[in-house]
Write a protein that binds this ligand. Structure first.
Ligand code: GLP
Length: 263
């Protein structure tokens, strides 16, 4: 794992967009895992700008989102499909047929979860997975006690997660779905590379636990410590409770891989 600290949210999300752009240029058929949430909006905006200004090409890219609410149709303005269309897919030259999210309206949820796993497998697996961190420490919707080997399945959301996501439902807790389909921790750990983005002071405590705390299924973001190629990008506010920041900064300032990103 490596931790990159940027001065603010804008710089942190620009760096993440640049990493994804570099991966996409190197491999136009990239299988890209995507995340939702407010943190990702700036990343998608920057990717859309890179498409508009520099011709970043998504035409062969295939995407798999981490999760989707159960009970919301793809046209529902609160669905993650709607979120993705609005923030990214409609703004770049991606083929909609190459974009995948679990179907939250599936009548047979178990079959849908199995189908999603097969789709990922048939695409050759996810090359790069983008991840945020929920306040409960979840990745995707892998709430506390999700098994490290869990696969795509339906999951009940914790009261904390429901409260965290309520502002996106007009602040009305009763409108937030109680369940979601999510890639499992095991599914996520199989991707080629993870990029985790967390910004803002409210993420500082959970970032410190995820990066420097013991690995535990009560905080599924700690599973990132098990991944062979994981980059955690944070702004100063989200980094404020980390202990080894001097070391992380030294790595970023010295590793040749990051040279083009230091400018
Ligand atoms: C939801 C998503 C997570 C995301 C989290 C963080 O719960 N399922 O994948 O990481 O939101 O959201 P935000 O970026 O709004 O803090």
């Amino acid at each position: 794992m490596e931790v990159i600290i940027r001065p603010n949210e804008d710089d942190a999300s620009r760096l993440v967009a640049k990493i994804i752009a570099r991966e996409l240029r190197a491999r136009p058929q990239l299988v890209l895992g995507l995340a939702t949430g407010r943190t990702m909006e700036t990343v998608y905006d920057k990717l859309a700008c890179l498409h508009r200004d520099e011709g970043l090409d998504f035409s062969l890219c295939r995407t798999f989102n981490l999760d989707e609410y159960i009970g919301l149709s793809r046209d529902d303005p609160h669905s993650y499909r709607h979120y993705m269309n609005e923030h990214l897919f409609a703004r770049v030259n991606i083929d909609q047929r190459n974009t995948h999210l679990p179907n939250g309206m599936a009548t047979d949820v178990k079959a849908e979860c199995k189908h999603y796993e097969h789709l990922i497998h048939d695409c050759g697996g996810i090359d790069v997975q983008l991840l945020g961190i929920g306040r409960s420490g979840h990745i995707g919707f892998n709430e506390p006690l999700s098994a490290m080997r869990s696969r795509t399945r339906d999951k009940a959301l914790t009261p904390e997660t429901i409260a965290q996501n309520a502002p996106l439902f007009g602040g009305d807790l009763s409108k937030v779905p109680r369940r979601a389909i999510t890639m499992g921790v095991g599914t996520i750990l199989e991707c080629g590379r993870c990029i985790v983005l967390a910004t803002g002071a409210e993420k500082a405590a959970i970032v410190a636990k995820a990066v420097e705390g013991p690995i535990t299924s009560t905080i599924t973001a700690t599973a990132m410590q098990l991944h062979a190629h994981c980059t955690v990008v944070v702004d100063e506010a989200a980094a404020s409770k980390l202990k080894n920041t001097d070391y992380y900064r030294w790595i970023f300032d010295n590793e040749p891989e990051w040279q083009e990103f230091r400018r």
